[in-house]
Design a protein around this ligand. Structure first.
Ligand SMILES: [Zn+2]
Length: 226
């Protein structure tokens, strides 16, 4: 099962903002269902190829439900569309420039955070994963928290019931999908979420120091955040 990333959702939002009125506004005046079909088939082909047409079509429809103004606004001109995209790309380029400064200064966390921001500003601007790979290649391997003087144990493997992503932890939070340093582990316990990828506690930042303040865990899923 695939899932939409935050960048995917923003791509959908941008397409709706820029193109929905081309179909829904006068003089075309197509109903919402046809507008959804055209947006999916003509403007979101890459996402449909990755996630399936059905999933993207549903995501477009629910985005328009939540943002009805995208359908009822005055028709967006070609020039306006180009201006909007140029502004998004310029924002992303700015973040990438700062990301590079941090990369050059051996500050991988800052660089990765800025690459995330660049991608969210303009998801279609570049292949952002190549930048992330370049940074991750230069990062030192993760040293897990030392648990020898505690009663805690790291879970060796995460539950592998399909279609859950298995180890390593791919991201933290079912909605927020926060980036997780490669190699981070989960503390064994009865956490509300079986795996960090399903955690719903990230929004509130619910973490707790346990075992005499040796380990900082996410209380939603047991992810060792020390
Ligand atoms: Zn969590």
């Amino acid at each position: 099962m695939s899932f939409l990333t935050r960048a995917d959702r923003i791509t959908i939002a941008h397409v709706c903002q820029d193109w929905a009125t081309a179909y829904a506004a006068a003089p075309v005046n197509l109903p919402k269902s046809l507008t959804v079909r055209y947006l999916t088939d003509h403007h979101l082909r890459a996402l449909s190829a990755r996630h399936g047409r059905e999933m993207i079509s549903r995501a477009v429809a629910s985005h328009l439900d939540a943002h009805p103004k995208d359908l009822t606004a005055p028709r967006v001109s070609h020039r306006e569309r180009r201006t909007r995209q140029a502004e998004r790309d310029a924002t992303a380029a700015r973040y990438l420039k700062y990301a590079y400064h941090h990369y050059a200064a051996a500050e991988p966390y800052e660089a990765l955070a800025l690459i995330d921001r660049a991608e969210l500003a303009s998801p279609t601007y570049k292949d952002f994963s190549q930048y992330r790979r370049a940074i991750q290649k230069r990062m030192r391997p993760f040293a897990g928290t030392d648990l020898t003087r505690t009663s805690l144990r790291h879970r060796a493997l995460l539950p592998l019931a399909n279609p859950h992503p298995g180890p390593p932890v791919m991201h933290h939070g079912s909605h927020t999908q926060e980036w997780v340093y490669p190699g981070r582990l989960v503390i064994e316990g009865n956490w509300p979420a079986a795996i960090p990828e399903h955690c719903t506690a990230t929004d509130e930042g619910l973490t707790d120091w346990i075992a005499n303040r040796t380990v900082l865990v996410c209380t939603g899923c047991g992810l060792d955040c020390t």
